[in-house]
Design a protein around this ligand. Structure first.
Ligand SMILES: Cc1cc2nc3c(=O)[nH]c(=O)nc-3n(C[C@H](O)[C@H](O)[C@H](O)COP(=O)(O)O)c2cc1C
Length: 485
């Protein structure tokens, strides 16, 4: 257990929270008092380009590694999506990553969209909307905006067996390739041309399944994101930023041409760092330095200079705005090589490392990046991520950020697994149920790393009682023993 940083739950008053932030020099604003629901910035609807979204909470995509091997949802998948529906959030950013074709599945239980599965992918949305109506009223879905996240897992594909990586990389990566046994195949330009068509076909199916938009996923080290970093890849999809964004542009153009009624949005890792690895003491340490020439990243932050790191992102956002893609979900880095950047946590997942910084710094970094981009692109709609670690202070930071126009929506990831109804409680002016607040134990990540389903094992009784819970407990006990030897 990491004890180096104070637990957020112990920072009980606004003064204590502020004093800690000031002491360690983390720039993070928050409202000491939550507004009355009738006047809360979080309750204000947003209307853009004919789309009305009823409040400022967004459920981020959260996959569960729990579909069938054919790529259809299981009972656990339905349960999670129903939880999204009863959360009270009015923006559902993609539900979870759905692979556009079999070789791009991150695990053999990832959802897959094709002619055979599309009915059940449609049923997932209907279940979510049905739950929303049951909880909030028969017409409550008029301002609910639900999309589907489309992906290809690229380097992180494991389509057949949970413990058998079958990477399809964007380029030869000097550090990440070493993490695989054997050679790492790269996708050819022809493969990528075909994949563009697969994304467009998947988008058409998503539209037919009733989704209002698709997210053309470009984050977390998966293929779309990795292509943005493919500076040293030869050919049409590498080198210049023009080439590195070709994949994204062609998918968007293809969807616009062939599925005109469908919204297109992008979830983007807007900045990145060098990959991190665990040192002998279990701490996260950088594996390279930009000073030594590392440049295999998109939006690389060097020496803490976030602003310069965002320059490439600004160029991509200008391109997206010119294509009338107006909805952007901000995230950063990757859960595989810099999880403390992507999902700040006190307790690392099985394949992670102890946090090299106060996790609040990771939260503040994503908030700052979102605010900078919102200031530069006022006509784009931004969703922020990485709020779960804020715990009791989440609503206070969320209200401050939305009130000050630093983001349009507050995205919720891990906390939706432990406490799906957090938005509904905040919007009703009800105090948070502290026993449901996500404490970032990372079991939702450790589970899948061990080939188990993802969920909140510590706080959601459904997972505490799931057969996988025992396997998880045993595996964690074994790794604790190994660590103390
Ligand atoms: C178990 C789990 C599943 C996730 N699944 C997805 C996914 O399918 N697509 C995606 O873009 N991000 C996914 N994420 C990342 C989250 O959407 C989010 O960016 C991250 O958890 C940080 O937000 P938080 O602090 O609210 O948890 C996942 C994260 C976790 C922990």
């Amino acid at each position: 257990m990491s004890t180096e940083f104070p637990r957020v739950a112990t920072l009980r008053t606004p003064e204590a929270f502020r004093a800690h932030l000031d002491k360690v020099g983390i720039r993070l604003g928050f409202d000491a008092e939550l507004a009355d629901p009738s006047s809360s910035p979080l309750a204000r609807p947003l209307e853009v380009g004919g789309v009305r979204v009823g409040n400022r909470f967004c459920v981020l995509p959260m996959e569960g590694w729990d579909g069938t091997t054919e790529g259809e949802p299981s009972e656990l998948t339905y349960r999670r999506w129903c939880n999204f529906g009863r959360s009270g959030a009015k923006l559902i950013w993609g539900g979870e990553a759905v692979s556009v074709r079999p070789d791009g599945r991150a695990n053999p239980n990832q959802l897959l969209i094709n002619g055979r599965t599309v009915k059940s992918i449609a049923a997932l949305r209907e279940a979510l909307v049905g739950e929303h109506r049951r909880r909030f009223g028969a017409n409550a879905d008029g301002d609910l905006y639900v999309g589907l996240q489309l992906t290809h897992s690229g380097r992180y594909s494991r389509p057949h067996l949970k413990d058998k990586p079958e990477p399809l990389a964007a380029f030869a990566h000097p550090l990440l390739d070493r993490r695989f046994v054997g050679s790492v195949p790269q996708m050819s330009d022809d493969d990528l041309d075909q994949l563009v068509e697969d994304f467009v076909r998947a988008a058409r199916l998503a539209h037919s399944a009733g989704y209002a938009f698709v997210d053309v996923k470009h984050c977390h080290g998966y293929l779309g994101h990795e292509l943005l970093a493919a500076r040293h890849r030869p050919g049409r999809y590498g080198g210049s930023l023009e080439n590195r964004t070709r994949f994204m542009r062609e998918i968007i153009d293809g969807i616009r041409a062939e599925v005109p009624g469908l919204g297109v949005v992008v979830r983007l890792s807007v900045f990145d760092t060098v990959p991190y690895r665990k040192n002998e003491r279990g701490m996260g340490v950088p594996e390279a330095s930009a000073a030594a020439g590392y440049d295999d990243a998109f939006g690389l932050v060097t020496n803490g200079d976030l602003d310069s790191g965002l320059d490439e992102t600004r160029a991509v956002l200008r391109m997206l705005e010119s294509k009338n893609v107006r909805w952007i979900c901000v995230t950063a880095g990757s859960p595989y090589y810099n999880p403390h950047v992507q999902r700040p946590a006190m307790f690392p997942p099985a394949d992670g490392y102890s946090p090299p910084e106060d996790p609040l710094r990771g939260v503040a970094r994503q908030i700052e990046a979102t605010a900078k981009l919102k200031a530069d692109f006022p006509n784009l709609v931004f969703v922020g991520s990485a709020y779960s670690y804020l715990q009791e202070w989440l609503p206070h930071v969320a209200q401050y950020n939305v009130r000050r126009g630093m983001t349009d929506f507050v995205g919720l990831g891990r906390v939706t697994l432990s406490y799906p109804e957090l938005p509904a409680d905040v919007l009703a002016g009800v105090p948070l149920q502290r026993k449901l607040v996500c404490r970032t134990f990372s079991d939702c990540t450790t589970g899948p790393r061990l080939g188990l389903v993802s969920g909140c094992y510590p706080l959601d009784h459904h997972y505490a009682e799931h057969p996988d819970a025992e396997t998880l407990r045993e595996a964690k006990a074994v790794s604790r023993t190994a660590a103390t030897k």
